[in-house]
Design a protein around this ligand. Sequence first.
Ligand code: SAT
Ligand code: MN
Length: 594
Amino acid sequence: MVSKLAALERWVNDAAALTRPATIHWCDGSEAEYQSLIRQMLQTGDLVELNQQTHPGCYLHRSNPADVARVEHLTFVCHSQQQDSGPNNHWMAPAEAHAKIDALFDGCMAGRTMYVIPYCMGPIDSPLARCGVEITDSPYVVANMRIMTRMGAAAQERIEREGHFVKGLHSIGELDPERRFIMHFPEELTIKSYGSGYGGNALLGKKCHALRIASNQARDEGWMAEHMLIVGIENPAGKTHYVAAAFPSACGKTNLAMLIPPEGYRRDGWKVWTIGDDICWMRPGADGRLYAINPEAGFFGVAPGTSTSTNSNALKSISSNTIFTNVAVTADNQPWWEGLPGTPVTDWQGRPYDPANGPAAHPNSRFTVSAKQCPTWSDKAEDAQGVPLSAIMFGGRRPSLLPLVMEARDWTHGVLMGAAMGSETTAAATGAVGVLRRDSMAMKPFCGYHYGDYFAHWLSFDQPAAKLPKVFHVNWFRKGSDGKFLWPGFGDNLRVLEWMIGRVEGALGGLETPIGILPADGELRLDGTKVDPTRIDELLDVDVAAWQEELAAIGTYLDSFEPRLPERLRQEQQRVAAALVGGTERTRRAATAP
Ligand code: SAT
Ligand code: MN
């Protein structure tokens, strides 16, 4: 017997009977085990060694070129009732889904090793943490799971003590896009993923467990599982405010989580502490505040664009002990991507670099690294109780309309802002890039149940004794009439966070507009930026006529969640729409007129 828990032993045996591996390996999560997997993958070519002088412990994995991103059209959430999955998910009846995917799993591990990976999402002793077990035939997945989760013996002990766990069965199969499914069975706490070795499709602790399954557990148990970074902002007085922020994939969560303060702020003593860059689990504490943990133990970040000027903390984190996926390499075998100095000689597919073939690194190429390697990693990140949140931010890529920052007047308005979120699509998922789509709370690909019920769950936290964080919406991506970004972003985003903290502490008055509270003149600190102050007016401009259209579009979008749309959210949309009636002038001042 390998586990004291009969249910675990039985499930592993059943999976082995179905997939028929040559051997079964129970992962203990040790360094020796990790090193032996690395050696094995170097032999098989699954990994390529990078320059060990400049990048000790760093390796490159090249995916099958047809397997480089999440596949939303092949991802299913299989509640027994279709309505429970909502229009926001693809659905298949559970029995049909099991039959379809089990047929693919049948005998698929013949000649391969089956790895059993017990893992814990969250600090191992945290009451907010939840455990799972992933079965996979991919040593690359095992190595990544060791970096991204608390994996191995301690997790197995917790599972055996608690008696329950999320079951995840994964096989890379033939890596054939025609034989690929990512299936979720929330009512059985089960995930089955076949035919992809990539990120969110294969590291089942991440999106599949920590968001799609966990969002269901969270609703049942009164907490929240969100697609958010968590960052601590320490002011010169030494007070730290924690902020969680939801942006869609590849919209800068990792950069914000590791923000480098602008020169003047650094001099004044501002510091930034990283807690998480992708997922946030939160629940109300005894004092009524929301407490958040990062369920992950590492970063699976987008490589292109990561540089000394955009995110030197990330760059420092990934100078050793990192697995790179689909980046290019230089002549001296260093990892390379667009945005770094130097020149690539080999592209992400291993071909001699030729600009005619497109970017050298795949636009969704990634690094996997332990969070402990981040210079700004917070000592509170391991806190079993989590950190109290002062603010929640929503944001996306919006080339027009959305101001740099606005604050919701209350929780209900904040939920509307989150629900109405839109963003241009990115390379993190297959499909067209740069198309505007609604992505409520950045959870469109990850909410494991009906969005209408999800909005109701958000609203339910608004209790008399609750001391909820303030809610803001930001947009770093607004463009001017010249087609150029109006805001420099990156480190300068701290200026926006400072304004938010000023609002949280009651030190700044703000400017009320029908769409929310915006910075009043002079409230946004701009000393030391290159931003032309006249562009700030453009960045904060409220185009009333365009906002009326936006509110109508939000109304139509909310209609798609009927009959489960909470009435309160509908009324809130109507309230904002009504507040906008009466002015069409294109100025920020005009927007404040009743
Ligand atoms: O591929 S992942 O889902 O892990 C990354 C992302 O899309 O956010
Ligand atoms: Mn993500």
